[in-house]
Design a protein around this ligand. Structure first.
Ligand code: HMG
Ligand code: MG
Length: 300
């Protein structure tokens, strides 16, 4: 069986993990979480988003959070940007990397960013042009790659088409989101097969939510196809405010435990990662959604 020797974990907890929390999490708590994730060895930490605060109130403090980060060498802190207005906010606080987020479902695109897929591509082309002038790195997301909360099944060629357009635009990596966590391993492999015909597999990342408990199985399936970037959220925090019923991303602790067991290098320290998870769970006053964290800390 072919598996990558190394996997890069993209920690999305401070953004995807927290964006759905209804009670505002203070900027200093987000910053302490980011600091603890850095200590654990995460080299990519998605720190927030410059979206409308009317749409996602929890992310309203993103400029404050980003400005207060003391960047560590070798660590990047991408911020989500939906339009030129978001890009301006990002530039005003010195962001070096952004992520743009499209979807393979028309209905989800309307609910999430209030436009059609085609309009979103036009919008993102404008963002990309400006981003290039300011020498920003840009990552691209495609949501609903294994199903949509509004439309159900999504054709793999639709996913591949959107992924290719983001790649052609200049995104250095395309993160494929199972937004509602409905995928299963063979379906995930078929989707990667389709996308990899249009975008090199080494440019793909797997961003799987764990609503149906399938995320680790799906990740193991796509690792065998050569995917070597995995998005995850400490303690399995999260959900998308515009994908009803979607639970958190696969937990970083669970991904790390699986990768350690497979002998795949990540550079992440489990004990320090557990401390980061405990910190945010104590603040949110809830238990971890990570089975591995619960097992290793003896907490149910
Ligand atoms: P709209 O209402 O169509 O925007 O929203 P608009 O251009 O008509 O502007 C309306 C108001 O929003 C105006 O303010 C604008 O200034 C303001 P007003 O005049 O009413 O006071 N506005 C902004 N404010 C701050 N930052 C901005 C911004 N843009 C406009 N960037 C918009 C369109 C895209 C803004 C909105 O739909 C939006 O913010 N959507 C974001 C939704 C979101 O963040 N979803 C979660 C992230 S995606 C995700 O989680 C999936 C992912 O994890 C992958 C996966 O799991 O599949 C990435
Ligand atoms: Mg997500």
């Amino acid at each position: 069986m072919q598996l990558p020797e190394q996997v890069k974990i993209v920690e999305v907890g401070p953004r995807d993990g927290l964006q759905n929390e209804s009670t505002p999490v203070p900027a200093e708590v987000k910053l302490e979480l980011i600091r603890r994730l850095e200590l654990a060895g995460l080299s990519v930490i998605e720190a927030g988003s410059f979206v409308s605060p009317k749409w996602v109130p929890q992310m309203a403090s993103s400029a404050e959070v980003f400005s207060a980060i003391d960047p560590k060498p070798g660590v990047s802190y991408p911020m989500l940007v939906p339009n030129l207005r978001g890009l301006e906010s990002a530039l005003s606080v010195g962001v070096k990397e952004i992520a743009i987020f499209a979807a393979a479902s028309e209905s989800f695109t309307q609910k999430n960013i209030n436009c059609s897929i085609e309009e979103s591509i036009t919008r993102y082309s404008e963002v990309m042009e400006q981003a290039r002038q300011h020498k920003l790195e840009v990552r691209g997301y495609v949501s609903c790659v294994l199903g949509c909360p509004y439309e159900g099944e999504i054709a793999t060629d639709k996913v591949a088409g959107v992924a290719r357009r983001l790649y052609d635009m200049g995104c250095y990596e395309i993160s494929l989101g199972d937004t509602v966590g409905v995928g299963t391993p063979l379906k995930a492999q078929r989707m990667i097969d389709a996308v990899a015909q249009l975008v090199p597999v080494e440019k793909l990342a797997a961003h799987f939510h764990d609503t149906y408990g399938q995320a680790l199985a799906n990740l193991f399936a796509v690792l065998q196809q050569g995917v070597s970037v995995i998005d995850s959220s400490v303690s399995g925090l999260g959900g998308c405010p515009y994908a009803k019923g979607a639970s958190g991303n696969v937990a970083t602790e669970d991904v790390l435990y699986m990768l350690n067991g497979l002998g795949i290098e990540t550079g992440i320290d489990m004990n320090k990662l557990l401390l980061a998870g405990q910190y945010i769970n104590d603040h949110l006053q809830r238990g971890s959604a990570s089975k591995v964290a619960r097992a290793l800390t003896g907490k149910d």
